[in-house]
Design a protein around this ligand. Structure first.
Ligand SMILES: [Zn+2]
Ligand SMILES: [Zn+2]
Ligand SMILES: [Zn+2]
Ligand SMILES: [Zn+2]
Ligand SMILES: [Zn+2]
Ligand SMILES: [Zn+2]
Ligand SMILES: [Zn+2]
Length: 427
């Protein structure tokens, strides 16, 4: 006979084995041994919940009765939720986890069954939650919309000057620098002005700005508000007129000085003048109907510090050439270096009338020259009053000859007056 079945073991192949020698045993041949069973039921055992902490220990036969009261043994939930709960945890279960428990929401204090409370949690309107805009505020769920719209420091609000939207906690800082924010006028006129219009205000509109009188450039020193300047302008006509006329006089003197400077700079000092006579037809017509019409050339110098000369031209002739010829003369004008020059003037002077024929080979210029007669008074040092007439050729070229060739082309005639430089003694 084999001892009590409790001692049999099952090997890896699922067969019962002898606890003594571990050899396989046929289950059908295992019989309970009344004696042994009696002994077993009398043996001392621990409660099956010993590991959970039950300290009960007694004969095996009393175990079943103990389990009916063991606080670690699981029993059906008293609220009939169907869960098996150790007796020791029943109160907690009924209070906190049993879906059939009754409980109050900690926020709104409404009573719920356990499962309803679980659903309610996360939706309770009285539960304080953090603002979704991360402003840091905690508000009851039912007030979140109102918070977002009216109180949240991160809600967007328009700047009252420019209308751009900013969070409520930055809009003030923006407003201090906002280009559209009104700022007091630095000249302390009445109205505040939007910051970005301040320059224009000071320039064009400020009633307090000290503006200069519009005759400032003429020398008026008056400054004042816009109204004051307007009043001043009305009242100061005579004074302003004096200033303007003084300016005009000053400018006239400056113009004279400039003209003199330009004349000095453009002075011809080469000893040769090419005189361009434009509007020839009109000038000739005038010469024919009036007596003694004389054209004079720009003055020129024979060298930088030489004699000052001027050519003159009678288109309708003069003296022996009157009405039939064109007459040319040279005059000696009072020059700036006359005191240093030799007198009488003794240099050969030539006149050339250019034939402006389109083929230069066939051009036939008219050239006349003379050596000054030292006895002729025109070649003495000139007085401050220049002589009326110079020295030259009354019959330089006949009117008939003028028509034959291209001496006048495009209504322009060119006459060269040249002084032979060889004998000029410059200082
Ligand atoms: Zn127990
Ligand atoms: Zn339950
Ligand atoms: Zn609630
Ligand atoms: Zn907020
Ligand atoms: Zn703004
Ligand atoms: Zn102002
Ligand atoms: Zn003024």
């Amino acid at each position: 006979m084999t001892p009590v079945g409790l001692l049999f073991k099952v090997n890896s192949e699922g067969l019962f084995t002898c606890p003594v020698n571990a050899s396989p045993v046929d289950y059908a041949k295992i019989y309970p041994d009344p004696e042994s069973e009696k002994a077993i039921m009398g043996s001392v055992v621990y409660c099956i919940h010993h590991k959970e902490g039950c300290q009960w220990s007694d004969e095996l036969r009393k175990l079943k009765a103990h389990l009916n009261t063991c606080k670690h043994d699981a029993v059906l939930c008293a609220a009939h939720c169907g869960a098996m709960i150790p007796r020791v945890l029943m109160q907690d279960h009924l209070r906190y986890t049993c879906p059939r428990r009754r409980a109050n929401c900690e926020h709104c204090h409404t009573e719920f069954s356990g499962s309803a409370l679980e659903e309610h949690q996360g939706n309770c309107g009285h539960e304080p939650i953090y603002c979704e805009n991360k402003c840091g505020a905690k508000v009851q769920r039912r007030h979140t919309q109102q918070h977002l719209q009216q109180h949240c420091s991160k809600r967007l609000v328009p700047c009252r000057h420019c209308g751009q939207k900013y969070t409520q906690d930055t809009v003030c800082a923006h407003g201090e620098g906002c280009a559209r924010a009104p700022v007091p006028c630095p000249q302390r006129c009445a109205a505040p002005v939007p910051r970005d219009l301040l320059d224009a205000h000071l320039r064009d509109h400020c009633t307090a700005a000290a503006l200069p009188c519009s005759f400032r450039d003429a020398g008026c020193r008056f400054k004042g508000s816009r109204q004051a300047v307007e009043r001043h302008t009305e009242e100061s006509c005579a004074q302003h007129l004096c200033l303007v006329s003084a300016v005009a006089a000053r400018q006239a003197r400056q113009l004279d000085a400039l003209r003199a400077a330009v004349a000095r700079l453009s002075l011809n000092c080469t000893g040769a003048l090419v005189w361009r006579i434009a509007d020839w037809t009109a000038k000739m017509a005038e010469a024919k109907c009036k007596d003694g019409v004389e054209l004079v050339s720009p003055a020129f110098y024979t060298s930088q510090y030489g004699y000052k000369l001027q050519a003159s031209l009678f288109l309708n002739g003069n003296g022996a050439g009157e009405s039939t010829h064109m007459s040319v003369y040279i005059k000696i004008l009072p020059g700036e270096y006359d005191a240093l020059l030799r007198w009488p003037f003794a240099h050969t002077v030539s006149f050339t009338l250019f034939d402006q024929s389109s083929s230069p080979d066939r051009a036939c210029n008219i050239v006349e020259s003379f050596v000054p007669d030292p006895t002729w008074k025109n070649f003495q040092r000139p007085s401050k009053e220049p002589d009326a007439l110079g020295f030259g050729f009354p019959r330089f070229v006949s009117h008939e000859m003028l028509k034959k060739r291209n001496f006048v082309k495009d209504d322009i005639m060119f006459l060269r007056v040249k002084v032979d430089p060889s004998k000029i003694v410059a200082v």
